[in-house]
Every structure is written in structure tokens, then in C-alpha cells.
Design a protein around this ligand. Structure first.
Ligand code: NDP
Length: 487
């Protein structure tokens, strides 16, 4: 059977490359190639820039309310095609249908809707300076680049294009080579909604195509989602042309469970924050610090629920709540971390093995895994694993727990479970993380800014401030009096 071949999406349509180079995309749940994609060669890259220049000229000349109307049409189309798009995400990523069906497309559409609404509300300032005055305009940056990770491919494309386009920019987006289709579908939807050709182009390929975007002198900003080490390369490369950068990178986030917490709720949060999307979520609370008075209760309930309530298998089956990891390589990497956890002396509470469910025997599944008796110096406690692997640690002193939680170069997210309202805020204010939850974990509405402290990122996505990251301020001084000149 022949599989489809997708071309790059440039200037409102598919564009054939000249090199003939393609790459294969596999369904992680079956290990089968499902389609091929053409790599963006120099011909496609030039076309992407030239059409983005044209697209930017047209789009930025429209009023914000005109842009808003078109983006809201795209939101309508995204929602109307929810199931078709969710299925693409399941086949590309291996995540369960029961998640993609209600999260991936919806949360992407929400963000475009949010920024479409905000665009016409962006205002400058004016101030009198004696009899003269100045005013400011919020102007778009020009052509921006978006580079995405593979865990939420369509959502990431929406989270980057929403604010970029609302502010009047053009965006060239490169999805991960593992999950390239969602962004193409978004590009088609933008065109159907009335976004001018060239405003949202999709280029395909691996690191070299990403590098080209970060180096190009025609691109003003790069918004990147991916690993910390890749992020450092992107920032270094973007510095060559002094591009603005937004970096959404990895984490090793702590969740602190105090002895007055609702333990069932805390276990729910820990399971969501480690096993949802089979653990492939940047904000996951992979370090769970539990107060010694409730430690046994916590791990007893965690073990029971993990062993009874997780259903791995064909991700398209709506009953399945644990999907396949993105690739064989990543599967092996996660299994390597599990081996390290065992060899460094952590106790395996549950899981710790690869799974071969009957309905998806060739998929890259890993059993939800919980390590107890962990110590702060273990590799599994220090490094981002990006799989369903949780480390549980004990504490008995609030200050010490905060110190240990902060003892990392990462700072993406953090959480606290306690019924003591003063302690909740006192603790969360001391945690060095950009995205925090109290008696909750993982929710990320369009209205709430998200991004990392320390090496977890630069800048923010979502929330009002993100629009500022896609605009630049022009100050205009207006002389109302005669110029005083010594000449
Ligand atoms: P990678 O860093 O491997 O890749 C991210 C993107 O960058 C991909 O499109 C990749 O292309 C591209 N890329 C690779 N090398 C370069 C380069 N030198 N220059 C420019 N682009 C490059 O991340 P993953 O895809 O493995 O994603 C997982 C990571 O993403 C985790 O660390 C996770 O924490 C983080 N993440 C962070 C989020 C946040 O909001 N903070 C959200 C989601 C994930 P290709 O893959 O095709 O090679």
C-alpha cells in the first residue's frame, strides 16, 4: 500500500521541493509508516520567506478587527473539525483519543480565539511633554518563526500562531519531524478562513530546517518549544541576527504534599501530572515531595489506583487512557532512566517495564512507573525523563522541602497540596517556577501566562502579556512649538 506524501505548505498551497528528499512518519502505537513528508530544501525556504514578506505586507495593513474576524472564523473551523484533527494527533503522537478529542484541538482553538479578541484592544500611550507630546504605536515585528515539539503538535502551532497573527505578523512554522501533519491542517484552515497567503507557512524537516529559521536575517523572532539543550542552541543561533526569542523548554517540576492535604486529590494530581499523555508533558510534577506523616497513605493509594485504573492499548479506543511514547528511541531512553532508577537504589513501587498491549503489540508503551525511597541526587530525580516515570520523596520540614524543590537549574512549574490557605500561598511564593498550582495540577487556560524560570524558558505564552512579545513599540514625538536651535 502506498502512503501519502505531504509537501511543504507555502503561500496558501502545497509546494513541491526540488531536492526530492522526504522523511517517513510512523504511528507510535503500531510502528508503521503512515505517510511521508517532503523536506524544505533551499527552494522551499526561499519561497517561504518571499511569500511571508508578501503575506506580512497584506496582513499588517489590515485593521486589527479585520484580522480578528478572520481568526475567529479559523477558530470556528478548528472546532467544527475537532474529531478529524484529534485523530491526526492520535496517529502522529500515540496519545489516547480520549485526551485528544477534548483537549488538543480545543485548547489550541481557545488560544487563537483569546488573541483574536485581544488584538483590537491593543492600545498605545500618549503623554504631554510641555506643549509637545508623544504617542506610541504597537507595531508587529514582521516575519516570525515558530518551532514546535512533538507532544502537542497542533496545540503548539495554535499557541504560537494565535498571538503572532493577531498582532499582525507572518509566521513560518516548523513542526517536529515526528508530528508534521497537524500544522499543515492548521495552515489549510487559516487559508479557508481568509488569512492571506504567506501569513502562515509550514516548512518541514529536522534540525537543519530549524537552524535555517534561527539564522535567517529575514526573520525577526523565534518562538521555540523543545528541550533545554536545543533551546540553548536556538538562542545562540538567533543571537547572530539579534532575534527576539521566546523559549518554552523542559522541566523537572516539584509537587509538595503536606500532611493536611486531601490525599486522594493529591494522588489524582500526581497521576495526572505524570501519566497524562503517557508522561510527555513539559510541566509534569515528576518530583513528588510528600510529608512523612502521610507518605504511606499517599503511596498506598497511588499504587492501588495506578495498578487498577490505567488502560494501555490502541490509542483510538476511547477506553484507553495510556498511549504509546513518541518513538522507539524515546521509549528506549525512558527505559534507560528506569534501569538507572533501579541501579541507583530507588524502590520500584509499580511499573518499570515495557508494555505490549494485545490491541497494539508493536507500540512503544511503557508501564506507568512509580519510584519511592528516592533521594535528591538520583538521576531520575534530577533529569527530565519525559515519560510516565514518577519519583516520590519524603520531607518533614516546610523550609527544607522548599529548598529541595528549588535545588535544580529548571523552573517550569510547581504545585502545593494543603488545606492551610496561608501555607499554600507562603510556599508557592517561594517556589522558583513560572507556572504554579495550588490544590490543582496541569490546567493551562488561554488567559493564564505560561513559561519557565531559570533554564526552563524565556518569555511567556498565553495571557495578555504575550501580545507584547509579538509587537514592538514605536514612539512618535510631536512638536507643537518652534524648534529651539543654537544653529
Ligand atoms: P527538541 O528540542 O528535540 O525539538 C524541538 C524542535 O526543535 C523540533 O521541531 C526539532 O526538530 C527542532 N530542532 C532540533 N534541533 C534544532 C536546532 N539546532 N535548531 C532549531 N531547531 C531544532 O524537543 P522535543 O521535540 O524532543 O520535545 C520535547 C521537549 O520539549 C521536552 O524537553 C519538553 O519539556 C519540551 N516542551 C516544553 C514545553 C513548554 O511549553 N515549556 C511544551 C512541550 C514540550 P525535529 O524534532 O524535527 O528534529
Amino acid at each position: 500500500m502506498t502512503t501519502p506524501v505531504y509537501q511543504n505548505f507555502i503561500n496558501g498551497h502545497f509546494l513541491k521541493n526540488q531536492s526530492g528528499e522526504t522523511f517517513a512518519v510512523k504511528n507510535p502505537a503500531t510502528d508503521e509508516v503512515i505517510y511521508h513528508v517532503e523536506v524544505a530544501d533551499a527552494f522551499v525556504q526561499n519561497a517561504a520567506i518571499e511569500s511571508a514578506k508578501q503575506g506580512f505586507a497584506t496582513w499588517s495593513a489590515m485593521t486589527p478587527i479585520e484580522r480578528s474576524r478572520i481568526l475567529l472564523k479559523a477558530v470556528e473551523l478548528l472546532r467544527a473539525r475537532n474529531d478529524e484533527l484529534a485523530k491526526i494527533e492520535v496517529l502522529d503522537t500515540g496519545k489516547p483519543w480520549q485526551e485528544a478529542e477534548c483537549v488538543d484541538v480545543q485548547t489550541g482553538a481557545d488560544v487563537i480565539e483569546y488573541f483574536a479578541g485581544l488584538a483590537p484592544a491593543q492600545v498605545g500611550q500618549q503623554q504631554m511633554v510641555g506643549e509637545d507630546f508623544y504617542y506610541t504605536r504597537k507595531e508587529p515585528l514582521g516575519i516570525c518563526a515558530g518551532i514546535g515539539a512533538w507532544n502537542y503538535p497542533l496545540q503548539i502551532a495554535c499557541w504560537k500562531s494565535g498571538p503572532a497573527l493577531a498582532a499582525g505578523n507572518a509566521l513560518i512554522f516548523k513542526p517536529s519531524e515526528e508530528t508534521p501533519l497537524g500544522a499543515i491542517k492548521l495552515a489549510e484552515i487559516f487559508i479557508e478562513a481568509g488569512v492571506p497567503a504567506g501569513v502562515f507557512n509550514v516548512v518541514q524537516g529536522a534540525a537543519e530546517v530549524g537552524q535555517w529559521l534561527t539564522q535567517s536575517d529575514d526573520i525577526e523572532k523565534v518562538s521555540f518549544t523543545g528541550e533545554v539543550d536545543t533551546g540553548k542552541k536556538v538562542v545562540a543561533s538567533a543571537a547572530g541576527s539579534l532575534k527576539d526569542v521566546t523559549m518554552e523548554l523542559g522541566g523537572k517540576s516539584p509537587l509538595l504534599v503536606f500532611d493536611d492535604a486531601d490525599i486522594s486529590q493529591a494522588v489524582s494530581a500526581a497521576m495526572l501530572g505524570n501519566f497524562y499523555t503517557q508522561g510527555e508533558i513539559c510541566t509534569n510534577c515528576t518530583r513528588i515531595y510528600v510529608h512523612k506523616n502521610v507518605y504511606q497513605q499517599f503511596i498506598d493509594e497511588l499504587k492501588t489506583r495506578t495498578e487498577q485504573n490505567i488502560i494501555a492499548g490502541d490509542p483510538m479506543n476511547p477506553e484507553v487512557n495510556l498511549g504509546a511514547l513518541i518513538s522507539k528511541n524515546h521509549h528506549d531512553l525512558v527505559m534507560g532512566y528506569i534501569d538507572k532508577g533501579i541501579s541507583e537504589g530507588a524502590t520500584l513501587l509499580t511499573g518499570g517495564k515495557a508494555l505490549k498491549p494485545d490491541s497494539a503489540p508493536n507500540g512503544y508503551f511503557v508501564a506507568p512507573t512509580v519510584f519511592t525511597d528516592c533521594t535528591d541526587d538520583m538521576t531520575i530525580v534530577k533529569e527530565e525523563i519525559f515519560g510516565p516515570v514518577m519519583s516520590v520523596l519524603v520531607f518533614d520540614d516546610e523550609d527544607d522541602a522548599i529548598r529541595r524543590a528549588n535545588d535544580t537549574h529548571l523552573g517550569l512549574a510547581a504545585g502545593v497540596f494543603t488545606k492551610d490557605i496561608k501555607r499554600a500561598h507562603r510556599v508557592i511564593h517561594q517556589l522558583q517556577a513560572g507556572i504554579c498550582w495550588i490544590n490543582s495540577y496541569g490546567n493551562s487556560p488561554a488567559e493564564m501566562p505560561v513559561g519557565g524560570y531559570k533554564q526552563s524558558g524565556i518569555g511567556r505564552e498565553n495571557g495578555i502579556e504575550t501580545l507584547d512579545h509579538y509587537t514592538q513599540t514605536k514612539s512618535i514625538y510631536v512638536g507643537m512649538t518652534d524648534i529651539e536651535s543654537p544653529f
